[in-house]
Design a protein around this ligand. Structure first.
Ligand code: XLS
Ligand code: MG
Ligand code: MG
Length: 387
């Protein structure tokens, strides 16, 4: 069957994604919850590679030790029966009212200590399930008002917590790589480290920057009106694309977590092309959920749709690479000049002197049309299936 998802495609879903019950700030759940092991069997059936989780997606926060063991046993059996893996784990540091004014960045030392304790326990759980990537989405690390004057302290505390947890991981021999997930707002008015570039800058200030990278999400950059493909490219360029959250989003709306490719097909296409061309080798994680209107059947259609769209776009990206006319246009667009490239590649006094002595036909450079209209139209036609 064409576009059939297989484990080798590395598609993953969070327990919280297909398990989403359709609650929103104005409305109650529209679907009953699904058991974690049931989700594993269903994901395996539709061709997924893995399942990711927050600590409390699997183990309720008030679970006793005996309950924890019972849930874990059933979950591990489902993983074993299906061959599904748990590549990524994370902590719920946003749901509990204790975290209402931040977790790692809370101005309350007790909350900060509890957040680090909860994360260490969640890291133990993830490691027990084989996770190698650990995500930090700072959902409550932010503010609505700045009257408390917490921003600089918050950044210092954030750094302290991440440094502490990286040491903990190494001390335990967990081998985690940490992926920061930026988001500009929602649930808080303003979230610290709001975009990919901010997280990259912050990573450089950590004790062990090599252990930290990014987990960018389509919806998050899009909510801020930014170009997600550019953000991912910057993470790749920095060697920091550790994980990715795929979904979709209308610009300027509430956080929608739409099915991958549901809204911005061209962005989704260039994103898939970028991931595939750059050799990104990690999971293609769908951090999205079915529309609140849907019943369980709709949930599995949603999940299948995410994977199918990815595979269709992957095929389109290959076709784009093979299309002679498109490739010739790109070739003409990227004007090559070996002698000039040699001069500008690296500074030397000789290169600087030679460059200063050159004459450029500035007017001709300004007159040239690079052919982007035709190239973009061909891209659209390819996506529309008439090429
Ligand atoms: C919320 C985030 C969240 C993280 C995991 O918008 O995307 O789902 O990915 O905590
Ligand atoms: Mg999100
Ligand atoms: Mg996410």
């Amino acid at each position: 069957m064409a576009y059939e998802p297989k484990p080798e495609h590395k598609f993953t879903f969070g327990l919280w994604t297909v398990g989403n019950v359709g609650r929103d700030p104005f409305g109650l759940p529209t679907r009953p919850p699904l058991e974690p092991d049931y989700i594993v069997y269903k994901l395996a059936e539709i061709g997924a590679y893995g399942v990711n989780l927050h600590d409390n997606d699997l183990i309720p926060v008030e679970a006793t030790e005996a309950e924890r063991e019972r849930i874990l046993k059933r979950f591990k059996k489902a993983l074993q029966d299906t061959g599904l893996v748990v590549p990524m784990a994370t902590t719920n540091l946003f749901g509990d009212p204790a975290f209402k004014d931040g977790a790692f960045t809370s101005p309350d030392a007790r909350v900060r200590a509890y957040a680090i304790q909860k994360t260490m326990r969640a890291m133990d759980l993830g490691a027990e399930l084989g996770a190698k990537t650990y995500v930090f989405w700072g959902g409550r690390e932010g503010a609505e008002v700045d009257a408390g004057g917490n921003v600089l302290d918050a950044l210092a505390h954030y750094r302290e917590a991440l440094n502490f947890l990286a040491e903990y991981s190494e001390d335990q021999g967990y081998g985690y790589r940490f992926a920061l997930e930026p988001k500009p707002n929602e649930p808080r008015g303003d979230i610290y480290l709001p975009v990919v570039g901010a997280a990259l800058g912050f990573i450089a200030t950590l004790d062990k920057p090599h252990l930290f990278g990014l987990n960018p999400e389509v919806a998050h950059e899009t909510m801020a009106g930014l170009n997600f493909v550019h953000a991912v490219a910057q993470a790749i360029d920095a060697g920091k694309l550790f994980h990715i959250d795929l979904n979709d989003q209308k610009m300027g709306r509430f956080d929608q977590d739409l099915r991958f490719g549901a809204e911005n097909l061209k962005t989704a296409f260039f994103l898939v092309k970028l991931l595939e061309d750059s050799g990104y080798d990690g999971p293609r994680h769908f951090d999205a959920h079915a529309l609140r209107t849907e019943d369980e059947a709709g949930v599995w259609e949603f999940a299948k749709g995410c994977m199918r769209t990815y595979l269709i776009l992957k095929e389109k990206a290959e076709r784009f690479g093979r299309d002679r006319e498109i490739q010739d246009l790109i070739g003409a667009y990227k004007v090559q000049d070996k002698a000039l490239a040699r001069l500008t590649a690296k500074y030397s006094r000789e290169n600087a002197r030679a460059l200063k002595g050159l004459e450029f036909d500035r007017e001709a450079l300004g007159r040239r049309g690079p052919g982007l209209e035709w190239l973009d139209q061909l891209t659209v036609e390819l996506l529309l299936g008439v090429r």
